[in-house]
Design a protein around this ligand. Structure first.
Ligand code: PEP
Length: 239
């Protein structure tokens, strides 16, 4: 499997900026895609034109979120079904910004994950502890609380597409320029790999790291066993 780069542009790039990025970097992205798997996650309205730009390339497109409802009277929401209809392959679910700013709970996330799988979209599930929890040595407790109900819920279903991406993103590392020490990452990812194997033994599980990944730390991150890719925020807006 190739190394996986997931670019989460959040709301950092406007519609025009997202299209400009793809136009300017289309060739370079395609070249990079020979040795790495690339997932671009622009904001909703840029998804369809970007899917169209990359339709004959190995570059895939992900959404940053989807509705927890299948259909209905939910003004302003976008369903997983609509996303799959326009050609979305992945959906980020449970980013810490959504958990914190939009109060998304594990229950909400499980509904989104169910609907993503039903629409044949691979979920990129984000987990991560706060700085307070990290300082109080509660990292594993928090990660288990976030992840176990989700993987149990998935294990109860019989999905055709048995592929899942887990992004470990310590909240204190997102946008701060700080990343955990290498030995912490080795321990956390070893633990995550075991937990995922225990709950979802028949799934293809990809474990990625996110939080202040940039050109200075990517080389070291790539040496860590079990980390098969990165979810990149700010640095991904500059090719
Ligand atoms: C993120 O928000 O998913 C992220 C990893 O952001 P950044 O790379 O900017 O820390």
């Amino acid at each position: 499997m190739k190394y996986l780069y997931i670019a989460n542009w959040k709301m950092n790039l406007s519609f025009n900026q997202s299209i400009d990025f793809c136009t300017k970097n289309k060739n370079a992205l395609q070249q990079l895609a020979q040795t790495a798997d690339i997932v671009l996650c622009p904001s909703f309205i840029a998804l369809a034109p970007i899917i169209n730009m990359f339709k004959d390339t190995p570059i895939t497109i992900g959404a940053q979120n989807c509705s927890e409802y299948a259909t209905g009277t939910y003004t302003g929401e976008i369903s997983a079904l609509s996303l799959t209809e326009i050609g979305i392959t992945y959906c980020i679910i449970g980013h810490s910004e959504r958990r914190v700013y939009y109060h998304e709970t594990t229950e909400n996330l499980i509904k989104k994950i169910y609907l993503s799988y039903a629409a044949n979209i691979i979920p990129i599930i984000c987990i991560g502890e706060s700085h307070h929890d990290f300082l109080n040595k509660k990292t594993f407790t928090v990660l288990a609380q976030q992840l176990e109900p989700i993987v149990l819920a998935i294990a109860e279903q019989q999905y055709h597409n048995k592929h899942i991406i887990i992004a470990y993103e310590p909240v204190w590392a997102i946008g701060t320029g700080i990343i955990p020490e290498q030995k912490q990452l080795i321990t956390i990812f070893g633990w995550l790999a075991e937990l995922m194997h225990q709950y979802l033994p028949d799934y293809t599980v990809q474990l990625v790291y996110g939080g202040s990944v940039n050109q200075n730390n990517i080389t070291e991150l790539k040496t860590i066993f079990h980390i098969i890719g990165c979810l990149i925020g700010n640095a991904s807006t500059d090719f």
